[in-house]
Ligand binder design. Structure first.
Ligand SMILES: [Zn+2]
Length: 335
């Protein structure tokens, strides 16, 4: 990315093993993230031309001398945050905040090859080579599915609970899927976009709310006997969406916020009296990967449906544009 709205596909040097804990993978597929749009739209500064992309699935091409858990030829998926898997934070399940964390996206996953640091703590191999039909879903596990799943876990979704999801991007839609898998009884998807409402229903939403802000909050309260939802997942990252999430939650309920916050400031007194649990941040996707990969391999979930546009890598700029204009939910890029 050279600047806002300026994505180019250029030749870079092939990545190499730098540390003995690195692996280099050949990507089977990669994609554009909703969070890439913050820079594309100029909301996040692009100071110099930057390699883009942090979602990846592919085959290990080369592994450093200290890598033990994966070997060349393995099909692997990893999180957008590389983690050692051994520090106290990783052991507690918060690998995205590992004491030795490295953002994989700095190396640019929208590419043919990618260097993944801390391979042992970051990558998870599939059980054998996946067929082409599974690859979009495995790629989704790298971020959007893992992030939606964390949103649902952070919001304490459990059997019998009522869940509301603020945001109808890929993460919000997959939070709906996660809520269904975790046994929620009622799942309210907040969306005013027809194609996204349809996918939300397919993923398990039981109700659609089209209202936003105070209207959306009032509707959720109306549907829950005036109480608000037990669990609310925030998957946008704006002031409006965060307040909508907090205000849609009943006292004692939980908000899982996974939209990357931009300009969000919480009013202390309102928060005090809201009496809700708040947990969010960059999703520790690595915690969920083994389980998510198994669910995809045994075809109990099909999160790859969020990719409604597939382009060759050299048309990446079109993929960004389609998402920016909300013509596509999520663009898959084939290297
Ligand atoms: Zn760690």
């Amino acid at each position: 990315m050279h600047g806002p709205g300026d994505v180019r596909v250029e030749q870079r040097d092939d990545p190499e093993i730098i540390a003995p804990t690195d692996a280099v993978i050949r990507l089977a597929a990669t994609c554009v993230c909703g969070s890439d749009l913050w820079a594309y739209r100029g909301i996040e500064a692009v100071r110099r031309p930057s390699p883009m992309g942090h979602e990846y699935a592919g085959i290990v091409e080369e592994a450093g001398s200290e890598v033990r858990s994966v070997r060349p030829g393995d099909f692997v998926i990893g999180s957008f945050m590389a983690s050692d898997g051994t520090c106290e934070i990783c052991q507690a399940g918060y690998q995205s905040r590992c004491a030795n964390v490295e953002p994989v996206g700095a190396n640019g996953a929208q590419a043919e090859y990618l260097r993944v640091p801390l391979a042992d703590g970051t990558l998870v191999a599939t059980h054998g080579q996946p067929g082409p039909a599974l690859i979009p879903s495995l790629l989704a596990a790298s971020d959007v599915l893992g992030t939606g799943w964390f949103g649902a876990v952070a919001a304490d979704v459990r059997p019998g609970k009522t869940v509301a999801v603020v945001g109808d991007g890929a993460v919000g839609l997959l939070a709906v899927l996660a809520a269904r898998e975790l046994g929620a009884e009622r799942i309210i998807a907040m969306s005013r976009h027809e194609a996204r409402q349809k996918l939300a229903l397919e993923f398990g939403a039981t109700d659609i709310v089209t209202g936003r802000g105070d209207d959306g909050v009032a509707r959720v309260k109306e549907m829950t006997g005036g109480y608000g939802a037990h669990s609310v997942i925030e998957a946008v990252g704006t002031q409006e969406s965060m307040m909508q999430a907090i205000r849609s939650t009943r006292p004692g309920g939980h908000v899982g916020y996974v939209g990357v916050a931009h300009g969000v400031e919480l009013p202390g007194q309102e928060l005090f009296f809201a009496e809700v649990h708040l947990l969010g941040g960059p999703a520790p996707v690595r915690r969920f990967l083994p389980d998510l990969i198994s669910r995809i391999e045994n075809r109990s979930i099909n999160p790859g449906k969020v990719f409604d546009l597939t382009l060759p890598l050299d048309q990446a700029a079109d993929g960004y544009r389609a998402m920016d204009e909300r013509r596509a939910i999520k663009t898959l890029l084939r290297p």
